[in-house]
Design a protein around this ligand. Sequence first.
Ligand code: GLN
Length: 403
Amino acid sequence: MSKYLASRVGYFPESVIRLMSQLAAKYGAVNLAQGSPDFNPPSEVLEAAKQALDAGYNQYAIAWGSPRLRQALAERVRKYNNIEIDPETEVVVTCGTTEGMVASILSLVEPGEEVVVFEPFYENYVPDTLLAGGVPRFVELKPPSFAVDEEELKNAFTNKTKLVILNNPNNPSGKVFTYEELKLIRDLCVDYDVIAIVDEVYEYIVYDGLRHISLASLDGMFERTLTISGISKTYNATGWRVGWVIGEQALLEGVKKIHEFLTVGAPNPLQEAAATALSLPDEYYRWLVEQYDKRRMIMLRILEETGFKYYKPQAAYYVLADITGFGFEDDNAFAEFLVKDVGVAVVPGSSFYHDCWRKDMVRFQFARHLEILEEAGKRLARLSSLRGQASQRCGELAECRKP
Ligand code: GLN
């Protein structure tokens, strides 16, 4: 590391998810690592983006979001999330949920304050917390159910707790928080005067008739919750970088300021297209779930045929699979073998745990064309026969360093 780099750069390792995408390209592997679909946004949304470019939406939008998008969003969250917001003052449009999360944490956490994080967690939450000087406190969602352990959660709340971060539905486990779990979190937030940040980016991809409930819709929570989501996963537009944070005006004020200085605003023409996306009929959301459910079933069938034990996801487009039966040293060694020798890229499960303490799982993502999933299945079918001849570890999947 260059002597010129600030110490905060060393607080956390590079993104393992993105590293796996690079390795997938290098070894010609089917990429079931980084969670990004290989299909386009709906055609009317693509069309809206093209029209917006031609219609001159090519300079900055209003920093906190284009009026049409904020209006469409207010209508959507009233209908789907049971949250009433004023589109003028209670939403900030950001460059993806990623910026929404980092801006939210930076705007709320003082150095030394504690942040409760459920694990397995999406990899950004810890670096974001550390950049703000916060101290993460981890609460495990234990497989196979990934249910919240009431005692453990209560023990994590102290008089130093400032925030709890929730990813509902959860990436990577596919867990959907139950109403009872949300009520418990609500009660603790109220008792300890804690703010919740909820990343709901997978809110529409929920299976088996389960219902996603927004924490902010519970009594007493709107005023102490920032709810983050975006178009990436719902409309297959991860590269557009359009997300948002909603919350009470006073709580959102810091996000608004930090957002202005971080990025000024999200891409203006794509905000226009996002407004079109948010206005799609209910039919679209049913179709979305059907498409992903089909893929979920194919992925689970492939895992079964290949001899994996897995944790069936209730939501999102990931599945965590147990690797202990395959005789590898850890998840990094297994992921290297899969990407180099088998030709399938996955994410080592340890990257979703603090200090990489849990090393017995890998994550598969299934937002892929059906034939790509079948190709992955064919490759994985050779896993057992190739296992004895695993080549030298490439070492590129660096041993996880402590944050
Ligand atoms: N959210 C996606 C995932 O979990 C992509 C994230 C990323 O590029 N870091 O894979």
